[in-house]
Design a protein around this ligand. Sequence first.
Ligand SMILES: *Cc1c(COP(=O)(O)O)cnc(C)c1O
Length: 404
Amino acid sequence: MNKEPVSRELFDEVMVPNYAPGNIIPVRGEGSRVWDQEGREFLDLQGGIAVTSLGHAHPGLLGALQEQSEKIWHLSNVMTNEPALRLAKTLCDHTFAERVFFANSGAEANEAAFKLARRYAWDHFSPDKHEIISFKNAFHGRTLFTVSVGGQQKYLEGFEPAPGGIHHADFNDLDSVKALISKEKTCAVVIEPIQGESGVVPADPEFLKGLRKLCDENDALLIFDEVQTGVGRTGHLYAYEMYGVIPDILTSAKGLGGGFPVAAMLTTAKVGASLAVGTHGSTYGGNALACAVAQKVIDTVSQPEILKGVSERSEKLRQGMLAIGERYGVFCEVRGAGLLLGCVLTDQWKGRAKDFLAAGLEEGVMVLVAGADVVRLAPSLIIPETDIDDALERFETAVKKLAQ
Ligand SMILES: *Cc1c(COP(=O)(O)O)cnc(C)c1O
């Protein structure tokens, strides 16, 4: 086995340059703390970008993985398996859903959702009803279909021609959707209840209610991309509950496996029926190890005291960041819900979110950015309150140095 020591420099030698990772390499984690190769400790407010929902090395997840790993890892989709069936049942019990499709990533769950929407319209209406309406600045993944549905042209540059039949409306502007939607052509409207990547921008409740109504009037499916907002992130198991708006299709990934790659597309029995035998698939989708871990995540996160804890931690973190923002004139607003928070930089600091990430690392706290103007936080849903205190203290030191 290759046990040669590795360093950050190796990245540039052996990896394609699509990422620009920081200079530290974390090697171990426990709860909301991680340690790098040199043994330096970091408080983790990144959560692997809303993925490690129960922190690092959670005993329950370790147990679930260990237990399943000794039974069976994988079966083809020519067979089904117990962990996948149990997880699907649990997801149906906890949500509006009646049918589940498992995949491995957010993009792949969205790909399934978009294909299903087209197929459903093809089954029940006409092949002309294939248009998808999404939103400017939306993020739905990096496959060609999902990046085309996403609302950031720069991610398509050089990869065109893109799939057709996709329109982009303005987020939180119902009139812009009205101008694009039609009974003849629109098969689906897809939206993130809180736009994550583009700056942690929550949808207005009235806007989502309006979308539901527009979709109903036009026989279009409403798809919620809850890849980032799902699995307790907002203090609700899924954000649609918080809004009181029920989608026809919902996608879940990131936090679902707590760090193990797994994703799910949830839908109703009527809509799901359109993914008939042979229409779609995924080799690893429904993998037994992944589903066993996700089962433990959902069983844990769906407990009322865990969800309540998210709201309490959210308030503490929000207040702390607002206070730092005011003391140093760096943030004008902290928005988002639960433990998906966006600290919006003041005009004076606009465009410099990355500097805050770098300054945080210097002081031993890992934060995220969402675009150039927002510092994003997406820590473990069970981050200890004392770790929040420590993280805020370290972040304040970082900001102080930056502002000097
Ligand atoms: C991260 C993300 C995706 C893409 O998920 P991958 O697992 O990277 O494919 C899709 N939609 C939203 C809202 C996301 O935040």
